[in-house]
Design a binder for this molecule. Structure first.
Ligand code: CTP
Length: 407
């Protein structure tokens, strides 16, 4: 029986401050993402934010009035009313100027007035050119904010406006939603403190010759979201990463592997000391039986590739598991997907299977969000199309519940 999934931000009231960087257009997508996670979103644009995107965009997206300034309704003392309404304040993108104003406590517009009147958790997501990000003034603002308990979702590295490349891009939507979720869940914040969690992620590569390999489409984004969430909840995290399209988040011990065999060796070497093992990696089931020593050449004819099975890490973890360990597997299924996930759950002695569709338009590979189900021995929890960060948060909620039930 499918149970409705609990949206990770169900009922949360989020104040969204949008300041004037080019990434302001991404804040519209963030508003939508937060709402998909169950939140009510009240946007507030600074004057420069409004030069980048219009208030109408946010009003249409959120169904809420978007006030322009404290002078819209002086009698209503709107900045105080908004500050009382919100449960979390997120400023995304946060320009260098916005960070400086927030750090200094300077209230010169609606957003900064709300920020001063607001007593709840604050999340800032800086986005700016690398030079401005690295400037000591900006770094000092950040330090001040962090010392005050503000959660900083750091910028990513990548292409910036005017063709430059470097740190300064607004963080990925998944990381922003995870930041808001974590800021709102202080009870979960230390929920995995003292717990050792191993997460495998990415896709293995099985060499054919020194330059070619058999691989798969896994980006490692799901595993990276689990690592980030486990770190945020205070766990001691080991990330065993095969090939990934994203850098595994900071805060975890990173072990890099390439092949299914290396992944098997690395995970099993660590398994005995772990409390929770989550196998999000897409591991090759087969590898070329023979790896050519030199590069295979066209003029040698079409090679015949004979495959042999790889060791199944998860099955071995299931065989060796301690009764107190929590073991989570992933299933990427086509066709009768629930039956396949249930088979895996039983055959590999798992507590939970995260089931993804890998067919057609709903394929989870490489996407920022996914259709997923959490399947255990008795129930199927459906997580309607939601972000990988939200899936990670819900998955770790379930892991915590399993651990609590075991005392
Ligand atoms: N896994 C593993 N070692 C392998 C293959 C898979 O540890 N050699 C893990 C994956 O990390 C994932 C789960 O097992 O958590 C997937 O199970 P698997 O039975 O391999 O599923 P599929 O690859 O989807 O295989 P099939 O549909 O062929 O059963």
């Amino acid at each position: 029986m499918a149970q409705p999934g609990r949206a990770p931000l169900a009922g949360a009231r989020v104040l969204l401050g949008v300041t004037g960087g080019i990434a302001a257009y991404k804040a519209a997508e963030l508003a939508r993402e937060l709402m998909r996670a169950g939140a009510e979103v009240q946007p507030m644009l600074t004057e420069s934010g409004e030069r980048m995107v219009s208030r109408a965009t946010f009003a249409a997206l959120t169904g809420r009035r978007v006030p322009a300034s404290v002078w819209d309704d002086p009698a209503g003392v709107e900045h105080v009313a908004l500050a009382r309404w919100g449960q979390v304040l997120v400023v995304a993108p946060a320009t260098a100027a916005a960070l400086a104003l927030l750090a200094a406590g300077l209230a010169d517009d609606l957003l900064t007035n709300v920020a001063l009147a607001f007593g709840g958790p604050v999340v800032v997501a800086p986005a700016m050119h690398t030079e401005m990000w690295e400037h000591p003034a900006t770094q000092a603002s950040l330090q001040t904010l962090e010392a005050r308990g503000v959660r900083v979702v750091p910028p990513a590295s990548g292409p910036l406006t005017s063709g430059d490349v470097g740190p300064g891009r607004l963080a990925e939507l998944d990381d922003l939603v995870a930041g808001v979720t974590a800021a709102l869940a202080p009870s979960e914040a230390g929920g995995l403190a003292g717990t050792r969690v191993l997460v495998s992620l990415g896709g293995t590569r099985e060499p054919l010759d020194p330059v070619r390999y058999l691989g798969n489409r896994s980006s490692g984004r799901m595993g990276a979201a689990i690592v980030a969430e486990a770190v945020a909840r205070g766990a001691e995290v080991t990330a065993v990463a095969a090939a990934t399209a994203v850098d595994p988040p900071a805060g975890a011990r990173l072990v890099r592997v390439e092949t299914a065999q290396q992944l098997y060796d690395a995970v099993l070497a660590e398994a005995g000391t772990q409390d929770v093992l989550i196998m999000a990696a897409a591991v090759a089931d087969f590898r070329p039986k023979r790896v050519a020593e030199g590069k295979l050449k066209k003029d040698q004819g079409v090679p015949e590739v004979v495959l042999e099975p790889t060791p199944d890490t998860l099955a071995e973890l299931g065989r060796r598991r301690r009764p107190d360990q929590v073991l989570v597997g992933f299933a990427a299924e086509t066709g009768d997907h629930l039956a396949g996930a249930r088979r895996k759950l039983e055959a590999k002695h798992l507590d939970l299977v995260v089931l993804n569709h890998v067919e057609g338009a709903n394929s989870a590979f490489g996407a920022d969000d996914a259709d997923a189900y959490l399947v255990d021995a008795g129930t199927v929890e459906e997580l309607p199309r939601t972000s990988k960060a939200a899936i990670a948060a819900r998955l770790l909620d379930r892991v915590q519940t399993i651990r609590e039930a075991r005392g």
